[in-house]
Design a protein around this ligand. Structure first.
Ligand code: PLP
Length: 319
């Protein structure tokens, strides 16, 4: 086998081109380095600190029925994360909103998962000083995806509580949406080993924190409770606070232990990827009668109804 660029003979086996196989990429459109590209062509340098050190922040917003849901809140969180990480981009908030809308419009998706990312980038001199890096912006729109599939949304998810501790807030501020997921992936793999469908990991004090891409809520005697410490302030979590205010439900953010979760009347998780999703089994315990509860159903219905409301959503202009 001959190496095309160097002409050197190697004894390496022929490698498959599996990572270049376009079928491995969902249909979608990305924006990077000033250009719109098909998803399969959106690639970054392996020297980008975003890849080498998880030195990046990002946000995910969804489009439903051709409308962004609560885009302003996602942009606030994204810009807040960049400020905390001392990153700067050559685009302002309106320009980023326009790029996201263009990615969606060019993709044609009316239900889309839209990501905006700022990586540390790399320095032209390969300096190890992060201040000398040129920060990079990437955005993309792919088909909408959910933590829970249709069947799981009907019957409720089976969640395993992991003993894994989420990275401490003193190490990585959870207000900065980040890719530090080794703890979450460890918990997820353990949950699969136990026959569960996803996981919840713990905070540094041993209370329930969050799961891979979602926050969690407990309903007890009509009141809602969600972890306060060591979690990403999710936009869907915030939306549950807002919907609860509209419905006259009381919500508290405080420590949540395993017992509160298993003894709950209802449990649900929240994410931009899936919205409000019921949980009906935790480890070996069935929650209440094992069916999706009335408070969860009411919140789910109102959540999706808000997606067509111009006070909560913004239309994408398709060509
Ligand atoms: N917690 C973590 C660690 C997440 O990554 C996410 C979303 O990706 C969430 C919670 C839920 O946040 P949101 O409701 O803003 O999607």
């Amino acid at each position: 086998m001959t190496n095309a660029t160097s002409g050197l003979e190697t004894s390496l086996p022929a490698v498959t081109t599996r990572h270049n196989d376009h079928r491995r990429y969902p249909h979608g459109v990305a924006f990077m380095d000033g250009q719109y590209l098909p998803m399969s062509e959106a690639k970054i340098s392996v020297l980008d600190w975003g890849f080498l050190h998880s030195d990046a922040t990002y946000d995910t917003v969804h489009v439903w029925n051709g409308r962004f849901f609560r885009l302003d809140l996602h942009l606030d969180r994204f810009f807040g994360g960049m400020e905390r990480l001392r990153m700067k981009l050559p685009y302002d908030r309106d320009q980023i909103a326009a790029i996201l809308a263009n990615c969606v419009a060019l993709s044609g998706h009316r239900a889309s998962y839209v990501e905006m990312i700022c990586t540390r980038g790399s320095s032209p001199t390969f300096s190890r000083d992060p201040r000398q890096s040129e920060n990079r912006f990437i955005a993309f729109a792919v088909p909408y995806g959910s933590v829970a599939n249709e069947e799981q949304l009907q019957r409720g998810l089976h969640v395993a509580i992991s003993d894994t501790v989420r990275i401490p807030p003193k190490s990585v501020d959870p207000k900065i949406k980040n890719y530090h997921w080794l703890d979450l992936v460890k918990g997820l793999l353990e949950a699969y080993d136990m026959g569960a469908e996803t996981t919840l990991v713990l905070d540094t004090n041993g209370f329930i924190a969050e799961g891979p891409g979602f926050n969690v809520f407990v309903v007890k005697r009509g009141d809602l409770l969600t972890p306060a410490f060591g979690v990403l302030p999710g936009i869907t979590r915030r939306t549950v606070f807002d919907l609860s205010a509209e419905l006259g439900l009381k919500v508290t953010a405080a420590d949540v232990d395993r017992h509160a979760l298993k003894a709950a009347d209802e449990v649900f998780i929240t994410s931009t990827a899936g919205g409000i999703m019921p949980v009906t089994r935790i480890d070996d315990a069935v929650i209440a009668d094992g069916n999706v509860g009335p408070v969860t159903r009411r919140l789910m219905d109102l959540y999706w109804a808000k997606h067509d409301d111009p006070a909560w959503s913004t239309a994408v202009t398709y060509a």
